[in-house]
Design a protein around this ligand. Structure first.
Ligand SMILES: Cc1ncc(COP(=O)(O)O)c(C=O)c1O
Length: 397
């Protein structure tokens, strides 16, 4: 069968190989005294709070399960708009909010609406692997620009300016980032946005982890910079609803009918049950629970990062959000006689029954030195992982 070039260009998600191996080993070690500790998973270990579950049940019981408008339930768009005001002090009209099947659909819609064949989108290396594929599926080209600790693993305005060429259409950033959990400095984002705007380009900002922000300097939405900044968000992370498949896109008013037309044709609408449930995310009890969880994620970070440092797995920039630690494993890899982080991840899994994600998927720049630990696991699991790694570390000393 002849496969379309578009599909052939989509790169494999290597992380899944690691996840499959971890699952296999987990089955073998389940009954042992060292069951697998999964620190490779990028989703909260919490589920939707009671009011959200109850709202979903009510919607199903009451038969409120028909298609909704392609841009989402008007009440949900209003509620999200109000959240921007309450939480971030930014006024975003509900008509600019398009509810989608997760941030994934939001990113696809944005790319399909804005990227023409051959257009280039600049993005940081390392960054969320699927972003490259969304651009590629729109027949554009993702251009990865190397980042470093000094720039918080985010792009700088200087880099964007230097890399901007005749085919460049815009930038795609995530703040806080996956895999590093680090945010772009607001002043740097403002400079990038001003430059991109002057070139008539697009600034696409993935703010899926913004709700899980632990530092006042960074916990602000880029939407304050102007109507032309496009923001992606989701109910997956802060709202603990990964499998419900619900997110949203904030676009300039002129783009709403374009995105609506695409959404009508490609998806009809996001999940109706999930939308009814999501309305309950904004009730005071739910928000209180989400804030408690945010505190817990921060406490895990505060425990785990110093432990990694002590174990010789330095984290060059302390994450200010999300639930990841981007740790340099090159000293361990060298000690174990391994070429890089890919082999280290498998070896750690075998020796300690601790699963982590190697850097490979996230880009090419120094990713063979880094692994991503996810701290979306209980403190007890994190403590267990540290104890096992400590034992290996001491054995080697
Ligand atoms: C940076 C980033 N953007 C987008 C997504 C996709 O999320 P969703 O579940 O909302 O589709 C993820 C998922 O891990 C992510 O890390």
């Amino acid at each position: 069968m002849r496969i379309a070039g578009r599909a052939e260009r989509i790169e494999p998600f290597y992380v899944m190989e690691v996840a499959k191996a971890a699952e296999r080993l987990a089955r073998e070690s389940a009954a042992s005294d060292r069951p697998m500790v999964f620190l490779n998973i990028g989703e909260p270990d919490f589920t939707a709070p009671p009011a959200v579950q109850a709202a979903a049940e009510r919607a199903i019981r009451d038969g409120r399960t028909q298609y909704t408008a392609a841009c989402g339930l008007p009440a949900l768009r209003e509620r999200i708009a109000a959240w921007y005001g309450e939480r971030f002090g930014v006024q975003v009209p509900a008509r600019r909010i398009v509810v989608t099947a997760g941030a994934s659909a939001a990113l696809q819609l944005a790319c399909l609406a804005l990227v023409d064949p051959g257009d280039e989108i600049l993005m940081p290396d390392p960054s969320y692997p699927c972003n490259r594929q969304f651009v590629s599926a729109a027949e554009g080209r993702a251009v990865l620009l190397p980042t470093d600790a000094a720039g918080r693993f985010q792009l700088t305005a200087g880099q964007v300016e230097a890399a901007w060429g005749p085919r460049t259409r815009g930038v795609l950033l995530a703040s806080p980032s996956n895999p590093t959990g680090t945010s772009i400095h607001p002043a740097e984002l403002a400079r990038i946005h001003a430059f991109v705007r002057a070139r008539g380009g697009i600034t696409l900002l993935d703010e899926i982890y913004l709700g899980l922000s632990y530092d006042e300097t960074f916990g602000h939405t880029g939407l304050a910079l102007g109507e032309d900044l496009i923001s992606v968000n989701s109910f997956s992370k802060y709202f603990s609803m990964t499998g419900w498949r619900l997110g949203w896109l904030v676009v300039p008013e002129a783009l709403v009918p374009v995105v609506e037309r695409l959404a009508q044709n490609l998806f009809i609408c996001p999940s109706t049950v999930a939308q009814h449930a999501a309305l309950a995310c904004f009730e005071p009890d739910s928000i209180a629970e989400y804030e408690r969880r945010r505190g817990e994620f921060k406490a895990r970070r505060d425990f785990f990062i110093p432990q990694l440092e002590q174990l010789g797995l330095p984290v060059p920039v302390v994450p200010d959000g999300a639930f990841y630690a981007w740790a340099d494993c090159s000293a361990w890899a060298q000690r174990w006689g391994l070429p890089g982080s890919w082999e280290f991840a498998f070896e750690l899994m075998k020796r300690a029954h601790v699963a982590v994600t190697p850097g490979r998927d996230f880009g090419q720049h120094a990713t063979q030195r880094f692994v991503r630990f996810s701290t979306a696991s209980s403190l007890a699991h994190l403590q267990e992982a540290v104890a096992r790694m400590k034992a290996l570390h001491e054995d080697a000393a």
